[in-house]
Design a protein around this ligand. Sequence first.
Ligand SMILES: Cc1cc2nc3c(=O)[nH]c(=O)nc-3n(C[C@H](O)[C@H](O)[C@H](O)COP(=O)(O)OP(=O)(O)OC[C@H]3O[C@@H](n4cnc5c(N)ncnc54)[C@H](O)[C@@H]3O)c2cc1C
Length: 519
Amino acid sequence: MPEVNPQSFDKTSGYTIPVWYRAVDTIGNYPVISEPLQVDVAVCGGGIAGLTTAYLLAKNGKSVALLEARELGSGESGRTTAHLMSAVDDRYCEIERKHGKDAARLVAESSCGAVSMIESIVKDNNIDCDFERLNGYLFPEPDKADDVIAREFTSAKEAGMKVEMSSVPFPQGAPKVQGIKFGDQGQFHINKYLKGLADACTKLGVKIFEKSQATLPPLEDEQGPYVIAHGNRVSAKKIVVCINYYWLIFKMEPWRTYAVASKIPKGSVEKNLYWNTEDPYVYARVQDGDDASSDYLIVGGEDHKVGAATNYAERYNNLIRWSKDKFPVPQEVVNKWSGQVTEPVDDLPFLGQKPGYKDVLMITGDSGTGMTNATIGAMICTDNIIGKENRWASLYDPSRMSHDITEFVKNGMEVAASYMSWATPGEISDIEDLKPGCGGVMRSGLSKYACYRDQNGKLHSSSAVCSHLDAMLMWNESEKSFDCPAHGSRFDPYGRAIMTPSCKELSPVDPETLKTKAN
Ligand SMILES: Cc1cc2nc3c(=O)[nH]c(=O)nc-3n(C[C@H](O)[C@H](O)[C@H](O)COP(=O)(O)OP(=O)(O)OC[C@H]3O[C@@H](n4cnc5c(N)ncnc54)[C@H](O)[C@@H]3O)c2cc1C
């Protein structure tokens, strides 16, 4: 088992490694910020949202600095499955029910616009990232008749999507099924795309800094807004926060989601996007292999709210079983990984001006279609900053109120319930029981501690109280992290923040003081 060292999470926010890292292990090699800066726009976060925003702003003549806390792509962008879907996964019938037909039309228009924007960025900058246009198929499981297909077909068509009913082109031997065929979807290799996008940014003069965490929220004085990174003040006319989960804690829920990549014979599965009508849904796509004779079949799903499940092996096994059932071709599992998505309670991301802040903008609540939603966010924020009207801006306005207040209340109650673990026993009863490479939360008196024993046998411990809003953390054995069930912050085994909303490390505790204490 490879050791988790304090640098492991700089590359990607988990212990498991996504398939993308086979071809592109490092997206860039950018310096740590070492001097104060004054720019038009400071962008915080180096995932797809931050890099696309920086690129579009620089193309429009703005001077831009991009600050990334770890390495570019090390957040959830590098852990995606990279479907570029205008066939939104929350479904047009649900968007129509919650927001109305006009909103559904704007969602279709903006999502198609995002795929086209990615396509033109790829073309304009000759980015070799396996971008392809292809069809997407939404289908029901054979034994589960429901009316989703009929409702979604009608709503998607009315929203302006290119849809037709069709049989789903699974390989021979798979059960036959009818579904909705969506035209003009897309896919790419995320790490190749981000690498090309970062290069394009650099050519346009964007100053990119890695291992340069910005202090958030942005501060403001008489000279305007600013952040501090690595002790240096970065002053800007506008600041765009693209750190994935930001600020709107009652409007978003953190969900864990799983993916498996298997080697399959080249061409044995037709290249399309596939996803079913289950809730949560399971989905698949094919990525070119790294050799001439194979492809990768990437299957994902098994989502649950953060902290609601710990049966990681079973979740991967369920995906593998589904993959073999739907695609009966030889499969060799090569990568398994999980990640986190930020689900907005009303199914639309929050893109634009931060409520109450004139010069701060944000891209958050990207959901399971964060590749396209982040790109829409970059387009909206750029238009806002250059003073151009954007017809999608009010739909995605972060200050909007939900049409369905019950979702807000339900989320608030679930968050409150997650604080109950202050009163429950720990996951481990004695720090000495931890085996090398294992961790757990241990109770000692009224407090709980996040404990980890590294491969050399050395113990590490911190407070298990989340540094965001004091919820109690849980150990995630699959990703070797301490995760917050309330708002989704995550910490590496040594207590460093690796997933927002928290940007602050856990309070360290001397493990010696815990050795004699029990549950
Ligand atoms: C398993 C999985 C499958 C998915 N599949 C798809 C899919 O098929 N299609 C799709 O569209 N979407 C998919 N998604 C969702 C999509 O990957 C995300 O929504 C998207 O990558 C989010 O991009 P982002 O740039 O907003 O955030 P991130 O990529 O998480 O980037 C945020 C960055 O901000 C940095 N940061 C944090 N705090 C600070 C700070 N204070 N200062 C500076 N930097 C900071 C982080 O280190 C990180 O690099 C999937 C997600 C997962 C986990």
